[in-house]
Design a binder for this molecule. Structure first.
Ligand SMILES: Cc1ncc(COP(=O)(O)O)c(C=O)c1O
Length: 396
């Protein structure tokens, strides 16, 4: 029997996660294959900042590496980074935040997965607003807990409401995985909305795991977080990184911040999986967090401009109804008036020379949409918009 055809015995986690990975990215991979065969295809699937990581940060990492900061770190992370993260949140919340409330992680993704492991297990359930970022179901299901989508509505720009949350409460629910600013919808929850959501979380004694990776990419709205509210801080864990804020996703530089007792208990899991990060990346990240930098502001202006450019390009096509994002690097486009759902539209769009994510990759509530990434140059985006219009006019 060849190695590839051999049946292997693995733990149930591998089955729970098996269907959650690449299937959702089928349109992306199909687009990549077409590009590889020489097709002129515009890729609007993934959200990778299209600006360079600031050179002074790359130089800082290189300097630090050359200075010998290439040894093992501690399980918690480098002191300089924990201090910088604590300072960021002390300034933001107006409360004293100690480095002991922080754990360093290689990106928000790892922070989410490990914090979720610390919160829930088989028999528990986690509420996740639908639509949501494509990895969230895996983050929850990896723990053995149930993933419970909470339907949000396009009618109010997919802002999660307290009523929607309350309706989804069921036995075993232990936490809410919140994401504001939100991917894929671009929704930014206001402090009032978070207060109302927080009331439900307090009533049912839920943890809030708050993914704030797009904090610095907000267009017009004001950022708000449950962690910044004194009445919710003791049940909130924030995860974030410099992937988006400093156009540095490849550095895998993130963190979690929360109540000290939670952080203390989570350390053991982080040590079992990671045992620390790279000191030279910690040095660079600490610098990113403590020095002024306009990367995020420039990106924000660029993505806002591009979302308006797309809106203008679609305005004479009744089959295409954009949902204007309030933040982030994506725009949802309702294609249902073309007679197609998002998946049919995205598949067909490949033949018109554009790859985009079907909304269904992010949850049932987004099935009428496709998600467009705003991370390509204006001229290419305009070209892509023209092709999307052609695809819509082609009908079902
Ligand atoms: C909502 C959301 N959370 C987390 C991540 C992953 O961030 P990181 O690079 O910090 O792991 C992304 C990346 O696209 C995202 O959109």
């Amino acid at each position: 029997m060849s190695e590839t055809s051999k049946e292997v015995q693995t733990a149930s986690i591998t089955e729970r996660l098996a269907a959650l990975g690449s299937e959702r990215w089928a349109a992306h991979f199909e687009g990549r294959e077409r590009i590889a065969t020489g097709e002129d295809l515009i890729e609007l699937t993934i959200g990778e900042p299209d600006v360079a990581t600031p050179p002074h940060l790359i130089e800082a990492a290189a300097r630090s590496m050359k200075a010998g900061r290439t040894r093992y770190s501690s399980g918690k992370g480098e002191a300089v980074l924990l201090e910088a993260v604590a300072q960021k949140y002390a300034a933001r919340t107006g409360r004293a935040i100690s480095p002991g409330q922080v754990l360093a992680f290689p990106g928000t993704q790892a922070a989410l997965a490990i914090c979720m492991m610390a919160l829930v297990e088989k028999g528990d359930a986690v509420l996740v607003p639908d639509p949501c970022y494509a990895t969230y179901e895996g983050v929850v299901r990896a723990t053995g807990a149930d993933f419970v989508p909470v339907a949000t509505s396009a009618g109010n720009g997919f802002h999660l409401t307290a009523e929607q949350l309350e309706t989804a409460i069921r036995p075993g629910v232990r936490g809410l995985l919140l994401n504001s600013p939100h991917n894929p919808t671009g929704a930014v929850l206001s402090d009032r909305e978070i207060a109302a959501i927080g009331d439900v979380c307090r009533k049912h004694d839920l943890w809030i795991l708050s993914d704030e990776v797009y904090e610095n990419l907000i267009f017009d709205a004001a950022f708000a977080s449950p962690f910044d509210r004194d009445d919710l801080a003791d049940r909130t864990i924030v995860t974030s990184s410099i992937s988006k804020s400093h156009a540095a996703p490849g550095f895998r530089a993130g963190w979690a911040v929360g109540p000290q007792s939670f952080i203390d208990r989570t350390l053991g899991i982080s040590e079992a999986i990671l045992f620390g990060g790279q000191p030279f990346i910690a040095d660079m990240t600490a610098l990113a967090l403590t020095q002024p930098d306009d990367t995020a502001r420039t990106m924000t202006e660029t993505y806002m401009r591009r979302s308006r450019l797309l809106r203008a390009a679609f305005q004479d096509t009744p089959a295409l109804n954009p949902l204007m994002p309030e933040a982030g690097m994506f725009m949802l486009l309702d294609v249902s008036a073309s007679g197609m759902d998002g998946e049919t539209f995205a598949n067909r769009l490949l033949d018109f020379g554009v790859s985009a994510m079907p909304g269904s990759s992010f949850g049932a509530q987004a099935k009428n949409f496709i998600r467009l990434s705003l991370t390509v140059a204006d001229s290419r985006l305009e070209e892509a918009a023209g092709r999307i219009v052609e695809c819509a006019r082609g009908g079902a």
